[in-house]
Design a protein around this ligand. Structure first.
Ligand code: KMH
Ligand code: ZN
Length: 323
């Protein structure tokens, strides 16, 4: 029987812990969340991490520690976000791969993001992609708009298949500025995917979560859910734990006759070696040999243009919510 990959995106970079105390932001909370979500049917975790004050960070030591802790406690595919927060500079986003994840997100173009802009210029996309091939990290292509689908054709034509030989995409729908979270938009995007795509999932932001999940299942896709994308189960009913969203996705997938995929199946689907077999886990903060100077921030800024200027913390989390 065919099955459904359920990815949980438990935290994101936009929601403040003070506004949603149920948001997992500490390492203990992330590990507890990962374990409960795995038991509820998740096979992959899309991870953003926070600092000691619960603010988004791309600190390499924390990232490395988080990858190791989730691997130790679950069989989930560990996917690190290379999108980070809209204010994160390109060089730090590239350095995420130094934490040795199984998988990483790779957004296929720039998109308006509420009142902000999520910057992904083509030279950055191609550099990140080639780095995933070099470091043997499986990318998940994040598609926020139909233009990102066109960019994926261009990328695969020019640079070939990802590490592992599989091509997995995630349609991120309903972001204010990106494609809408509707069945029509989903079908248009899926019909335009390159032939090389071997699997795809979809996620709907805010109140588009359910219509997108139902459309994805109807069209043969997989699901991403979690508090990064959705903070309510229904109007006036806040999510109290990410596992509630995974449980709901598992029920929908089972009703659709495609029950949740196990992490072992998911590793095969994604072309990713088992986490424990990977030799990439480095001690926190250690640079890979030869990487010194490779990540010169000025060079990266000159090449791609400056990332958005630093803003006040509140403004930084201003991505419009549609609940
Ligand atoms: N936080 C968004 C600016 C990703 O994880 O790769 C970017 C994002 C996509 O969430
Ligand atoms: Zn993310």
């Amino acid at each position: 029987m065919a099955s459904t990959l359920i990815t949980v995106a438990p935290t994101g970079a936009e929601t403040a812990k003070a506004d949603f105390p149920a948001l997992p932001t500490t390492l203990d909370e992330l590990v507890e969340t990962a374990k409960r979500c795995e038991a509820a049917g998740a096979a992959m975790i899309h991870l953003h991490i926070r600092d000691g004050e619960h603010r988004p960070t791309l600190d390499l030591g924390r990232l490395t520690e988080s990858v190791a802790a989730i691997r130790q406690n679950t069989a989930l595919i560990v996917q690190l976000s290379t999108g980070g927060a809209v204010t994160d500079p390109y060089d730090r986003r590239l350095r995420v791969l130094d934490a040795g994840p199984d998988s990483c997100s790779l957004t296929m173009g720039t998109v308006n993001f509420g009142d902000d802009v999520f910057m992904n210029p083509w030279p950055f996309v191609t550099e990140l992609y080639q780095l995933t091939q070099e470091r043997e990290v499986v990318p998940e292509f994040e598609l926020f708009d139909l233009g990102h689908v066109a960019a994926l054709h261009r990328l695969l034509d020019k640079y070939g298949l990802p590490y592992g030989g599989r091509v997995h995409c995630d349609l991120v729908m309903g972001v204010p500025g990106g494609m809408p979270g509707t069945a029509d938009a989903l079908v248009a995007a899926v019909n335009a995917l390159p032939d090389a795509v071997t699997s795809w999932s979809a996620t709907g932001i805010g109140r588009t979560a359910l219509p997108v999940a139902l459309a994805a299942l109807s069209k043969g896709g997989h699901l991403r859910v979690g508090m990064e994308d959705t903070l309510t189960l229904a109007k006036g009913e806040p999510v109290t734990h990410n596992a509630e969203l995974v449980e709901r996705a598992a029920v929908l997938a089972t009703l659709a006759q495609r029950p949740p995929m196990s992490p072992d199946e998911a590793h095969v689907q994604q072309g990713s070696p088992r986490g424990a077999d990977r030799a990439v886990c480095r001690p926190a903060g250690e640079q890979p040999a030869g990487a010194e100077g490779q990540w010169d921030e000025k060079e990266v800024v000159r090449e791609y243009g400056a990332a958005q200027p630093e803003r006040e913390a509140d403004e930084r989390r201003s991505r419009d919510r549609v609940e």
